[in-house]
Design a protein around this ligand. Structure first.
Ligand SMILES: [Zn+2]
Length: 228
């Protein structure tokens, strides 16, 4: 699912080589080209362009596509990025009582670009470090049931879990399994895993894949309370 990303030096110059390399490794097929709007597919050669004023933003395009006018460039910058989610429940261990099902959502917040809040003074070495600086927890350090940020919340409509994490992003939707409503009622929220290291479907392709993804630790976590 990874794309062939051309190594343009301008990205390294602005964001530093470590973060630039992490971004190049974190674009996947399934997103959209900023210029032609067509889907980026397996094996496509792509470039990452950056707008570094105000809200630093990076987006992917086919290596052969280019803006024709300044107007095209401006309109391309407001195109939303492509996010992917997956909802599940997992049994939690409990020494004393019966096992509980923990509601979990996996989010890749963008497979075709990256955005950062204004005013970042020193660029982190990785996207993971950026999210850690924005209120997310290291793997295994999440306090279940305690909101990670007062402005982050979700709601459940049928099996659709809709959640927002201002200013990271809003109105993400994860399709939850049939066991989720009872689990969310039990816990009062959803444990969120945010990652750029994989697309969610690949993270849970098999139990073994899911275990090695969790063990690998290339993600951050947050607790999203669910409003009724
Ligand atoms: Zn294109």
């Amino acid at each position: 699912m990874r794309l062939d990303v051309v190594k343009d030096p301008s990205l390294d110059e602005f964001f530093g080589p470590a973060l630039a390399a992490d971004m190049r490794n974190s674009v996947y097929a399934g997103g959209d080209c900023r210029y032609c709007g067509k889907q980026l597919r397996d094996g496509d050669k792509v470039r990452l362009d950056a707008a570094t004023e105000h809200f630093p933003t990076v987006w992917a395009r086919h290596a052969t596509c280019a803006p024709t006018t300044a107007t095209d460039l401006a309109s391309s910058m407001i195109t939303p990025m492509t996010w992917l989610t997956l909802g599940l429940t997992i049994p939690t261990k409990s020494a004393s009582s019966k096992p509980r099902q923990l509601p979990l959502a996996i989010l890749n917040p963008s497979v075709d670009g990256f955005s950062f809040r204004p005013g970042v003074e020193a660029w982190p070495r990785s996207l993971k470090d950026y999210y850690l600086s924005q209120g997310f927890s290291e793997p295994g350090n999440l306090k279940l049931g305690t909101a990670s940020d007062p402005h982050w919340f979700g709601s459940l409509n049928g099996l659709e879990f809709k959640f927002s994490m201002s200013p990271i992003g809003s109105d993400y939707i994860a399709k939850m399994p049939i066991a989720a409503p009872a689990a969310i009622e039990d816990w009062g929220g959803v444990s969120l895993i945010l990652t750029h290291s994989i697309v969610p479907a690949e993270a849970i392709a098999s139990e073994q894949d899911f275990r090695s993804f969790l063990h690998g630790g290339d993600y951050v976590q947050a607790w999203i309370p669910v409003r009724k």
